[in-house]
Design a binder for this molecule. Structure first.
Ligand code: THU
Length: 159
């Protein structure tokens, strides 16, 4: 038997430690939570991406009475950005969430498996690391690439 261990590299930064671009992106993700359509979960998620041409887009979770028809904030904004600029690299995504009482989540909002898979495909397609900023009121977790969040990711290479 051979035993292995996967280690994940990330840092936790306070607002004043974020560089200006990242601070703006986190703020855009926070702002986007106010456009969330989440009458079922009452959990408002916002995501913002910066693409290589400098444009910033944001999105939020959009729910539906037929539950599987809704979509997470991350996939909303990643699909939208790619639909607008299919040739541009997505450099960074920031994600934030608020509870039903209006407070931002203390801990970082962690993307679901399906969103991680879409993040993985975005990074794979771009052939450049996609940075991930997970905002929480206790600090923002910064991952330098998607693989940190999804080790052993499934990509086109596996087919
Ligand atoms: N949600 C997101 O938008 N992003 C995540 O990373 C986790 C969950 C949404 C889906 C659903 O609308 C609500 O949060 C509760 O799961």
């Amino acid at each position: 038997m051979e035993k292995f261990k996967v280690c994940i590299d990330y840092v936790v930064l306070q607002d004043e430690e974020l560089n200006e671009q990242d601070r703006i992106l986190v703020q855009r993700a926070k702002d986007a939570t106010y456009n969330s359509y989440s009458p079922y979960s009452h959990f408002s998620v916002g995501a913002a991406v910066r693409i290589a041409n400098g444009e910033v887009y944001s999105g939020s979770n959009q729910e539906n009475a037929a539950f599987p028809s809704g979509l997470c904030a991350e996939r909303c904004v990643l699909f939208y950005a790619h639909a607008q600029y299919p040739e541009e690299v997505v450099e960074t995504i920031a994600i934030a969430a608020r509870h039903s009482d209006g407070r931002f989540a203390e801990g970082p909002i962690s993307p679901c498996g399906a969103c991680r898979q879409v993040l993985a495909e975005t990074e794979y397609r771009n052939k450049k690391p996609l940075r991930i900023l997970l905002y929480g009121t206790r600090g923002t977790l910064v991952f330098e690439n998607v693989e940190s969040l999804l080790p052993f990711m499934f990509t086109d290479d596996d087919m």
